[in-house]
Design a protein around this ligand. Structure first.
Ligand code: NAP
Length: 484
């Protein structure tokens, strides 16, 4: 396998618009290693004019890509799946370098991210319409699905590969071209993916990647351009709302995968050991920097102390904080200093409101943006961590008495992405799963993401679905053709 320096030397750093292209004036910006704070490399810093070149390329390629037989599109997607899989270690190391997560987490993401190409290579050939006689007997109805057209995807830093492939896979399968604007903290993974797609046979212009340090200024003109037909965004609720507002001008079609504040509800009748195992996954997957991360642990009082004590033991026994590239590390650094400050402030606020620190609770300092696995108990309702997304390895544990009270506490959030529930009672599991106000519910499971399932939220976690058979619908328009 290639070393860190070999990977950094070989990874593409130019914009990808039908191939590598320098940004206007040769502008670049730095990419940092969260484990050291040092600069890893520099990548092209796109201008609004560069973004327009990417849109020109997407528009030019749209017609022929849409006309390419679905089987051929599917085969290219399948070839991309094979090449990501063949180069999994390279992708994993690159992701760990630019994002910080521990290598096993990166390997998991490579598997998960690649799977969207395999899944949508299969879905590409299953886009169906309908043919029926009008019940009134006045004619025939043909329902026909067509690709929406050129799309813009804006993605976050926490899953540098998968948040892109979850959009690229279905868009390309549906016959759309796409421009991806990855997060400025983690542009390298997406640039490598673009190069690999091209080698796998994807025609020029079908997928472009524009990296930039001025995301608003560079994507704004694209959103205003009538040739762009769809915006798909994954990121914070704040930015999502701004993008929906700017898309409203042209009533641009949008999909929004936004923030979460997932409740993890444990009832007295749960298998507590299984709940602790699930909690470890729901909290620590991706170092807690996941929109699906459990943000609040609501535990019924009969098992509250047992669950908390076992979670403390599990985290202190199995979490090793360190650079993601170190083989013994299970918890890497946070993405940047801002994120470290946010996590530290949320913990300090909870403690000053009366919460008890049961584990961790203090950044070790030194180079890099490290924060330890942390457990807080007795977290009062006025602590900010109960309503704000922590996006780090911090688990606030909160007691409740009745099922109604637990459900109400779980739903007491403006977000609605995912919820977790642990109980051995099937009736209760179904009742609570139906009552939880979220797009997804894990029952006795701490990880729910699956390329074959529709991923997405309600309330301020957004709208639209990624994955499953629903995922491709986001990139299709429905046309009704009336016949005699
Ligand atoms: P973010 O600040 O909203 O950034 C996401 C993306 O939007 C980045 O590419 C960013 O570019 C870009 N961006 C920022 N401001 C913009 C603007 N004015 N116009 C156009 N683009 C803009 O979110 P983040 O901090 O990267 O990611 C964390 C958030 O994402 C969390 O809230 C998490 O829950 C959410 N998330 C949701 C899902 C889901 O599926 N629901 C999945 C993963 C993450 P720059 O990097 O240049 O700022």
């Amino acid at each position: 396998m290639a070393s860190e320096s070999e990977i950094l030397q070989s990874v593409p750093t130019a914009l990808w618009i039908g191939g590598p292209v320098e940004a206007t004036g040769g502008a670049t910006f730095p990419v940092h290693d969260p484990a050291t704070g040092e600069v890893l490399t520099r990548v092209a810093d796109a201008s609004p004019e560069d973004a327009m070149r990417a849109l020109d390329a997407a528009v030019a390629a749209q017609e022929s890509w849409a006309a390419t037989p679905a089987r051929e599109r599917g085969e290219i997607l399948r070839a991309v799946f094979e090449s990501i899989t063949a180069r999994a270690e390279e992708f994993a190391l690159l992701m760990t370098l630019e994002m910080g997560k521990a290598l096993p987490e990166s390997r998991n993401e490579v598997r998960y991210g690649a799977e969207f190409f395999r899944w949508f290579s299969e879905e590409a050939v299953r886009v169906h319409g309908r043919y029926l006689h009008a019940p009134s007997g006045t004619g025939r109805i043909v329902v026909h699905k067509q690709p929406v057209g050129p799309c813009l995807a804006i993605t976050p830093w926490n899953f540098p590969l998968a948040m892109g492939t979850r959009k690229i896979g279905p868009a390309l399968a549906a016959g759309c071209t796409m421009i991806v604007k990855p997060a400025s903290e983690t542009p390298l993974t997406m640039l490598l993916l673009a190069e690999l797609c091209s080698r796998a046979g994807l025609p020029d212009g079908v997928l472009s990647v524009i990296t930039t340090s001025r995301s608003g200024a560079v994507t704004g003109p694209l959103i205003d351009d009538p040739r762009l037909r769809k915006l798909t965004f994954t990121g914070s609720t704040e930015v999502g709302k701004r993008l929906v507002a700017s898309s409203a001008n042209r009533l641009l079609r949008t999909s929004m995968e936004l923030g979460g504040n997932a409740p993890f509800v444990v009832f007295d009748d749960a298998d507590v050991d299984a709940a602790v195992q699930g909690a470890m996954l729901a909290k620590l997957r991706n170092g807690g920097e996941a929109c699906t991360a459990a943000n609040r642990f609501h535990v019924q009082r009969g098992v509250l102390e047992e669950f908390t004590a076992k979670l403390v033991t599990a985290m202190s026994d199995s979490v090793t904080l360190g650079p993601g590239t170190d083989p013994s590390t299970t918890l890497g650094p946070l993405i940047n200093e801002d994120q470290l400050n946010t996590v530290s402030e949320l913990v300090e606020d909870a403690v000053s409101a009366g919460a008890t620190v049961r584990l961790g609770g203090k950044a070790p300092g030194g180079p890099g943006w490290f924060y330890p696995a942390t457990i807080l108990s007795d977290v009062p309702p006025n602590a900010r961590i109960r309503t704000e997304e922590v996006f780090g390895p911090v688990a606030p544990v909160i007691g409740f008495d009745t099922e109604e009270e637990g459900l109400a506490a779980a739903n007491d959030t403006r977000y609605g992405l995912v919820s977790y529930v642990y109980t051995r009672d099937l009736d209760r599991a179904l009742r609570v799963a139906e009552g939880l106000e979220s797009g997804m519910v894990g029952v006795n499971r701490g990880v729910i993401s699956d390329p074959a399932a529709p991923f997405g939220g309600v309330k301020e976690s957004g709208f639209g679905r990624e994955g499953g058979s629903e995922g491709i619908e986001e990139y299709l328009s429905t046309k009704y053709i009336a016949l005699t």
